[in-house]
Design a binder for this molecule. Structure first.
Ligand code: PAF
Length: 281
């Protein structure tokens, strides 16, 4: 695996692949790799000749400096994992490489970035769109793979790619879960054993929601049922239950008659976790 700290090095590695008519799949990450990331890489490997990964803890998507400071980071471990996955090239830039001095260009999906989780994390999705646009421009891959768990992020990136005519396919990959159903996340390592056990309530409430929708329900009754399940878990501090139209994230109400997305966030011992599911009636 070629490790490339500079734009020139990663571009030249990818130019080499292209010169051999090889297709390139891209997986962007902030490190702290877990099975969820490795699944994205395996999906990329199955569809492309070469897989390029990026590790960059993007400061512009963290609202609070404390959250950035707590973000787990272990490049040595991550590089070992990428090598064992057979990744072809790793882009490992510094903050100054991605955001050169005097930098002033941002990318924002003005509506999608500022609803739902965007309301409680102002600037977060602008930071995501800005860095992903830069990584796409630097790497020029054929396709990029993102987890469906970060549902709003995936919709923001899809919209940005569509609106700005980026020549790249965005592939959404279903959430990878632990055996008991907890969605994999870099944040899970910060949970105490008790909070780790309690956090499965998120997946449980989504599985119950599938049954409720299958039996016929309204958006309002579904929201109540999910809230009741999560509130019954004493270690959970519920932050949001959002039920919206899939992909557009537009508000919905009344009987569930179209594909919806349920987006949950809750804190367990101060660690904010999210989970989501698309459900078709
Ligand atoms: O999902 C992530 O890890 C990040 O938000 C991303 C897409 C790599 C942008 O920094």
């Amino acid at each position: 695996m070629k490790i490339c700290p500079s734009v020139e090095e990663i571009r030249s590695a990818i130019a080499g692949f292209r010169a051999a008519s090889e297709s390139v799949g891209l997986v962007t990450t902030m490190g702290a790799l877990h099975e969820g990331h490795l699944t994205l890489m395996r999906r990329a490997r199955a569809a492309h000749d070469r897989v390029v990964a990026t590790i960059f803890v993007n400061p512009t998507q963290f609202g609070e400096v404390a959250d950035l400071a707590h973000y787990p980071s272990d490049d040595h471990r991550d590089i070992g994992l990428l090598r064992s996955e057979g990744i072809d090239a790793l882009f490992l830039p510094t903050v100054e490489t991605i955001y050169p001095p005097g930098d002033e260009t941002i990318v924002e999906t003005v509506h999608l970035a500022n609803v739902l989780h965007g309301k409680v994390r102002p600037g977060h999705f602008r930071g995501v769109a800005t860095v992903v646009a830069r990584l796409f421009n630097i790497c020029q891959a054929d396709a990029a793979f993102f987890g469906e768990k970060d549902y709003q992020q995936l919709q923001v990136i899809r919209r940005m790619v569509r609106d700005l005519h980026f020549p790249i396919e965005v592939v959404g990959v279903p959430t990878v879960r632990e055996e008991d159903g907890l969605a994999m996340s870099s944040r899970n390592v910060r949970l105490t054993p008790e909070d780790r056990a309690a956090a499965v309530v998120l997946n449980r409430s989504l599985t119950e929601a599938e049954a409720i929708v299958a039996a016929g329900t309204t958006v309002e009754a579904l929201g109540e049922a999910i809230r009741a399940t999560i509130k019954a878990e004493p270690r959970a501090i519920l932050r949001a239950v959002d039920i919206v139209a899939a992909e557009s994230l537009e508000p919905v109400s009344g009987p569930v008659t179209e594909k919806i997305a349920i987006m949950l966030s809750a804190e367990f011992g101060g660690v904010l976790l999210i989970d989501q599911r698309e459900i078709e009636p």
